[in-house]
Design a binder for this molecule. Structure first.
Ligand SMILES: *Cc1c(COP(=O)(O)O)cnc(C)c1O
Length: 250
């Protein structure tokens, strides 16, 4: 691992994020940077944590849980959720979550960004209820109904959000997440982010719930997302460099 390169790239991303907040007239404290560490080593995670990074995003449940265990072993940290102490490290699940893996994920992440079906909500709710745990979640919206991407279609969002709030007492619905249909498109992604923001405003009124989180923006377009109200930006490549294995994104 090239530690110097990693820290250099991380600091450039922090500067860009600060500039994006300033340009949008927003406080830097409103936006949480998630370092997306999928397919990168636990040594890289540890180096970034030592540099002050607290929030990490992972796409695969077993990989995430393994890294968390290894971080705990390395430095007595790697806590699952908010308020659990242990150096304040927070793991987020941002990948597609299959219902059959729900029991592995439930209660193990500060936030699951990718709830996208009743079936998954039911599976999470069952595991959480039997373990006596709660789990914060975002609903992932598939804005352009792309077949290869996960997420629920915008027209089905209100029904799923109502279902989660009314039928799943162990799930805390905190907001929405999206992957825009254009990739690495910079400002061209901005209308998609505006749309997710608008969907959230409608849901707020409907559910009478603040839904404070908007998870949107990646390496190629996070400035545009910050301009449209992102509270969580998910940056992988621009921090860690290219991933060893090309993976499809969900
Ligand atoms: C991999 C991934 C990211 C990070 O993407 P980069 O382009 O490497 O910054 C963000 N969000 C999700 C859901 C991902 O799967």
């Amino acid at each position: 691992m090239d530690r110097e390169g990693l820290i250099f790239r991380y600091e450039r991303v922090l500067e860009r994020l600060e500039a994006a907040c300033a340009a949008a007239g927003r406080s830097r404290a409103e936006v949480t940077l998630l370092a997306v560490s999928k397919l990168h080593s636990v040594e890289a995670v540890a180096a970034l944590y030592a540099a002050g990074q607290k929030d990490f995003g992972e796409n695969y449940v077993q990989e995430a849980l393994r890294k968390r265990r290894e971080m705990t072993a390395l430095q007595g940290t790697g806590a699952a959720g908010e308020g659990s102490g242990d150096g304040g490290m927070r793991w987020h699940f941002i990948g597609h979550l299959q219902s059959r893996k729900a029991a592995l994920a439930a209660g193990n992440f500060a936030l699951i960004h990718s709830l996208d079906s009743r079936r998954l909500a039911d599976a999470l709710e069952r595991s959480l209820a039997s373990a006596g745990l709660r789990q914060s979640v975002l609903i992932q919206v598939n804005l352009a109904k792309e077949a290869q991407k996960s997420g629920i279609a915008a027209e089905d969002l209100p029904a799923l959000a109502e279902y989660v709030s009314q039928v799943c007492p162990h799930l805390d619905l905190r907001g929405l997440m999206c992957l825009p249909p254009v990739f690495d498109a910079g400002q061209a992604a901005r209308p998609h982010f505006a749309r997710l923001h608008a969907l959230r405003e409608n849901l707020r009124v409907r559910l009478l719930s603040p839904l404070p989180e908007l998870s949107m923006g990646m390496s190629g377009d996070f400035e545009a997302a910050v301009g449209e109200g992102a509270t969580l930006v998910r940056i992988g490549t621009d921090i860690f460099g290219p991933r060893a294995v090309a993976q499809s994104m969900h």
